[in-house]
Every structure is written in structure tokens, then in C-alpha cells.
Design a protein around this ligand. Structure first.
Ligand code: C2E
Ligand code: MG
Ligand code: MG
Ligand code: MG
Length: 299
């Protein structure tokens, strides 16, 4: 099974995978190939959606999943979103790809609920160009109506840089989405230009702290202080906090001591193909003995 093989390859060697994409970055032929083949990628079913769980830091209960796109390129193999999303932003295909993803994610989320799984929020990343589409709100309303998903289960992730770019426009779009009942999260929090007063005005639900603050949190008191301050800020503003990029038990324990509510990262699970995340959702909490790689090797 192709998805499983991909997941296995990625889970086995995250560093190899990163080196591979880094190498590709400098290869202009590859970029050219990606650009020219992107136009037919949707109709050829080359995009796949993986899902990474978000869990309650104390109980390991799954509170949500984030949808992360991959491109299974017929010649170039698995392409990471950081490779092709910028290209898709340039040529405008991000709008079509983003709509395809939103529709499929909402459909999948509703299917999980129909199958009797406990409802969880499902996060979708929005790129700048997508966010600036004049019909974004209408598109999302239509997709929710079409798939039957209640708006409260869809969480849109936008980056700080995007949000702070045009404060008035951002507020007006976010207000419409908020009124619709959709959840709003600020992604990669701490890495862009923050305006704390804007943050107070935006109708948002969640801050996702960027993983760069977590990498050394167990040994670096400055990082720990920064994360602690963001957690208090978020709680003061009545926002949820999610910490991304949690890879080790030491990081997790440190985040628990800071009273972080939710975490996401390889410590619990990498992003996974739909069959595997469905199994995890059925488990409800992620037991430490759950090892998706073991399952894959028996398939
Ligand atoms: P993001 O939204 O901040 O997503 C988190 C990224 O961190 C994902 O990379 C995820 O696989 C990775 N990650 C999760 N846990 C860990 C961990 O413990 N350690 C490390 N080192 N990494 C971890 P991915 O899937 O490669 O996505 C990269 C970025 O591409 C995303 O960052 C997001 O900005 C963008 N992206 C992904 N899917 C989509 C999409 O459907 N639409 C748009 N517009 N952007 C997307
Ligand atoms: Mg995200
Ligand atoms: Mg992020
Ligand atoms: Mg990121």
C-alpha cells in the first residue's frame, strides 16, 4: 500500500527526507519539473492528505488532527509541502489545491463522525493567497453545507505573518468565519511580526506555538521562559494553546510543568495516512505502546 510505504519511509528517516528535499531545493530542473507537472496533479490523484493528532498534554487524549498535504509525484517521489506550496502560491494553483483539500478534509471528518468516532477538530492550513481570495468565506460555507460538517469541527490555521499583513482585511475575514462558527488558530506563533493588540482584536480561538521554541526547551531556560510567557498570555486572553514539534518525553514534561494544554509532535505521532489515523481515533487516546510502524510491517 503506497501511503503506508510513504509513511514508513518518512517515519524511518526524517533526516534523510529533509536532506532529500534540501537537495531538491537547489536543483532548478526539479523545480521546473514540479512547476510543469503541478497542473495535472489533482486530476491524476497525486496529492495525498496525511493527518497528525493533537493531544491533551496530561491525558494523551486526542483533541484534534491537522491535515498536512503531500505530493506523491510519479517520478520524483514524495514531495513535502514546504517544497511545493510556495510554487503553488506563485502560479495560483494553491487556490484549487486548497479547495480540493478543504472539501476532502471536511468529507473525511464527517465520515469519522458518521462512523461513530468521537468528534475532534480538524485543522487545515490556509496560505496567504488562499486567505486573500474574495470568495474564501463563501467557499468554506459551501463546503461545510455540502459535506454536512458542523463548522465548530473545522479549524483554520493561518500564520502570524499572514494575519498581521493587513490588519483590517484580516479582521473582516476572521469575523465572518468566527460568526459562521469555524475555529481559528494562529500557526507558527512567535516567528512572525506579532502585534499583541491585534491579537486582542482578532476573533481567534487558538495559538499554536512554533516548534523552534520547543527544540531546546528542556535545556534552555530562555526558551522555557518564552513558552511560559506565551502560555500565560494565551490563558489571559482566553485562548487555547497548542505546542507543535514535541519530540521527546523531556520536552513533554517541561511543557506539562508550564501547564500547556495541548501538544502535537513526533513524540505522539507523525502525520499519518488516513487508515492509520482512523485507527488512532478509534483508540481515543494514544497509548505509548501504540506503534504504527509495527502495524505497517505486518501489512
Ligand atoms: P505547519 O502547519 O506548521 O505544520 C507542522 C509541520 O511540522 C508539518 O510539516 C509536520 O509534519 C511537522 N511536524 C510535526 N511534528 C513535528 C515534530 O515533532 N518535529 C518536527 N521536526 N516536525 C514536526 P509538513 O507536513 O512538512 O508541513 C510543512 C508546512 O507546510 C506546514 O507547517 C504548513 O505551513 C505547510 N502545509 C502543509 N500542508 C498544507 C496545506 O494543505 N495547505 C497549505 N497552505 N500549507 C500546508
Ligand atoms: Mg499548521
Ligand atoms: Mg506550525
Ligand atoms: Mg511550521
Amino acid at each position: 500500500n503506497a501511503d503506508a510505504a510513504l509513511y514508513y519511509a518518512k517515519a524511518q528517516g526524517r533526516n534523510n527526507f529533509q536532506t532529500y528535499s534540501h537537495k531538491m531545493n537547489s536543483d532548478s530542473f526539479t523545480l521546473l519539473a514540479l512547476r510543469s507537472s503541478m497542473h495535472t496533479a489533482i486530476e491524476n490523484h497525486e496529492f495525498v492528505i496525511h493527518f497528525q493528532p493533537k493531544v491533551n498534554a496530561e491525558t494523551s487524549e486526542i483533541t484534534g488532527v491537522e491535515a498536512l498535504i503531500r505530493w506523491q509525484h510519479p517520478e520524483l517521489g514524495l514531495i513535502s509541502p514546504s517544497q511545493f506550496i510556495p510554487l503553488a502560491e506563485d502560479n495560483g494553483l494553491i487556490v484549487t489545491i486548497g479547495e480540493w483539500l478543504l472539501r476532502n478534509v471536511c468529507k473525511q471528518s464527517q465520515a469519522w463522525q458518521d462512523a461513530g468516532l468521537k468528534p475532534v477538530t480538524v485543522g487545515v492550513n490556509l496560505s496567504a493567497r488562499q486567505f486573500l481570495q474574495p470568495n474564501l468565506v463563501m467557499t468554506i460555507a459551501n463546503i461545510l453545507a455540502e459535506t454536512g460538517l458542523a463548522p465548530q469541527w473545522l479549524e483554520l490555521e493561518i500564520t502570524e505573518s499572514l494575519a498581521m499583513n493587513d490588519l483590517d482585511y484580516t479582521s473582516s475575514v476572521l469575523e465572518k468565519l468566527y460568526e459562521m462558527g469555524v475555529q481559528i488558530a494562529i500557526d507558527d506563533f512567535g516567528t512572525g511580526h506579532s502585534s499583541l493588540s491585534a491579537l486582542k482584536k482578532f476573533p481567534i480561538h487558538t495559538l499554536k506555538i512554533d516548534r523552534s521554541f520547543i527544540q531546546e526547551i528542556a535545556s534552555n531556560p530562555h526558551d522555557k521562559a518564552i513558552v511560559g510567557a506565551i502560555v500565560s498570555l494565551a490563558k489571559g486572553l482566553n485562548l487555547n494553546v497548542v505546542v507543535e514539534g514535541v519530540e521527546t518525553i523531556d520536552q513533554l514534561n517541561c511543557l506539562r510543568s508550564l501547564e500547556c494544554d495541548q501538544v502535537q509532535g513526533f513524540f505522539f505521532s507523525p502525520p499519518m495516512p488516513v487508515e492509520l489515523i482512523t485507527e488512532m481515533l478509534a483508540l481515543d487516546t494514544i497509548p505509548t505502546e501504540f506503534n504504527p510502524i509495527d502495524k505497517l510491517s505486518t501489512q
